[in-house]
Design a protein around this ligand. Structure first.
Ligand code: PXG
Length: 459
């Protein structure tokens, strides 16, 4: 039955009665009601009231090719008719995941040639955690199993994802994380740089927190380090350039595996297929999901480096792990079409050469000077705007997060979907944005900031 048979208030009421939303205060949601998005086209989403909203978040960091791409619907339809499902357990496979794996090996850094599929970033990180521990066990070193991650990291919402992540509020509700995962300081200069410390020096200091954690555990007990190239959900925290090469050097020195979580940064967002390329580092695993299908189907792919894959094959023994939907043929067919579009339209190069640099300039020129903005930053098409009460001292507004929510709501009201992480405003638009779309977004951001300022100053 079509939702069109229901009025907006009926849908809202049914939503309240039956639907528990993710990451939501349900008491607060019952009071506020939900925004029901019904359709979308290109860079815009539309709600039940027909309001057109420019989607500055690409859904949730995923709709890289934008909305309304019928080729993906057709790929799904064709695959569903031919073979809607078959598993890849018990020595079986189906063509779509095989062809997608080949494609992923082609676009991934040269030493990553194997793929393990799941349906979400959280699942892929669960796989990654088990895989690196399994690797060391196969190498005869089962005690080398500690994982080093970072505070404020986001690696998903399953128990493994939450445990790997460094979100204090999520850990607070976990009542028992996966053992032997530790979290070190994030490379977030805006908060943690000491007075007088340069960005490169701060980056090295943050990287050496990883070394300190390795030394504290003893390198023989540390399996891997995991990190997002640029922290996404933690607030688009872009590390100084000195950070990743130093982390990689430290990992190699102590023979600790390097796991990159590119669930957000993968598939073009940073102006490279994978941020690993842009950072010039060689991870042993890359977790990917989201833009692998541009969000048109749930699918994740853990890209596995030759070192780990070789051990799996040479030593043998079953890896007791997998999902019903590992290598789902429909999701994989959609991913193949999505990657074909990203490639065919040159979206990665466009972010690298054109829209990425233009986005950085536009934020610097039209937003950075605003009286309630303390810093703007971007990396490819990921951007952040820090809200402050005082530009000079970078002092925040009272009530952490209140300014962010106010600006977010005003931005949506003004036709731009943005996300707030505390008092950091986040942008992660579809890669199909043009210079004109970036200009439009900036005008809407300025309008939201202008409208928010007197309200925030009045307290
Ligand atoms: N790793 C990273 C880096 C992510 O950003 C996941 C893993 C987990 O993926 P799944 O598919 O299991 O959700 C993510 C997901 C937000 C937000 O509010 C971010 C994510 C998910 C939901 C909300 O910014 N990132």
């Amino acid at each position: 039955m079509s939702y069109r048979n229901y009025s907006l208030s009926q849908l809202r009421e049914l939503d309240a009665r039956h639907h528990l939303h993710p990451f939501t205060d349900h008491k607060e949601l019952r009071g506020a009601g939900t925004r029901l998005v019904t359709h979308a086209e290109g860079p815009f989403v539309y709600d039940t009231e027909g309001k057109e909203i420019l989607d500055g978040m690409a859904g949730l960091w995923c709709v890289n090719i934008g909305y309304g791409r019928h080729e993906l619907a057709e790929a799904a339809y064709a695959q569903m008719k031919e073979l809607p499902y078959y598993n890849s357990f018990f020595r079986c496979s189906t063509p779509s995941p095989v062809l997608l794996a080949q494609k992923l090996a082609e676009i991934a850094p040269a030493h990553l040639n194997q793929v393990f599929y799941g349906s979400s970033g959280s699942e892929a990180n669960d796989t990654a955690l088990r895989l690196v521990r399994h690797y060391w066990a196969l190498e005869g070193r089962p005690e080398k199993n500690r994982i080093i991650s970072r505070q404020w990291a986001y690696h998903g919402s399953t128990i493994a994802g939450t445990s790997l992540g460094g979100m204090a509020a999520m850990h607070g509700q976990l009542h028992g994380a996966v053992p032997n995962i530790v979290h070190v300081m994030p490379p977030y200069a805006f908060e943690f740089r000491e007075p007088g410390e340069t960005d490169p020096d701060f980056g090295l200091r943050a990287a050496r927190a990883v070394e300190a954690a390795i030394l504290e555990a003893g390198a023989d007990n540390v399996a891997a380090f995991i990190g997002e190239p640029v922290m996404g959900a933690g607030g688009v925290k872009i590390p100084p350039e000195s950070y990743w090469p130093e982390v990689e050097r430290i990992c190699r020195k102590y023979d600790v595996l390097l796991m990159l979580d590119e669930v957000i940064t993968g598939y073009g967002r940073t102006g490279a297929w994978f941020a690993a390329e842009r950072l010039g580092i060689r991870p042993d695993t890359i977790t990917t999901a989201k833009a692998l299908t541009s969000g048109y189907q749930p699918l994740s792919a853990l890209l596995v480096g030759d070192r780990i894959a070789q051990t799996l094959v040479e030593k043998g023994g079953e890896f007791f792990h997998g999902y019903t939907y590992s290598g789902h043929p429909v999701a994989c067919a959609v991913a193949l079409k999505n990657l074909e579009i990203i490639e065919g339209e040159g979206l990665v190069e466009r972010v690298r050469d054109e829209t990425g640099p233009y986005f950085a300039e536009a934020l610097a020129e039209s937003i950075a000077g605003h009286p309630i903005v303390g810093e703007v930053r971007s990396f490819g098409l990921m951007g952040a705007i820090e809200l402050v009460a005082d530009k000079e001292t970078r002092c925040r507004f009272p009530g952490e997060g209140a300014a962010g929510l106010a600006v977010r709501d005003l931005a949506i009201e003004g036709g731009l979907m943005m996300r707030a992480v505390g008092d950091t405003m986040i942008l992660s638009p579809p890669l199909i944005w043009t210079k004109e779309t970036i200009d439009l977004a900036c005008r809407r951001i300025v309008a939201a900031l202008d409208a928010a300022e007197p309200i925030l100053r009045a307290g």
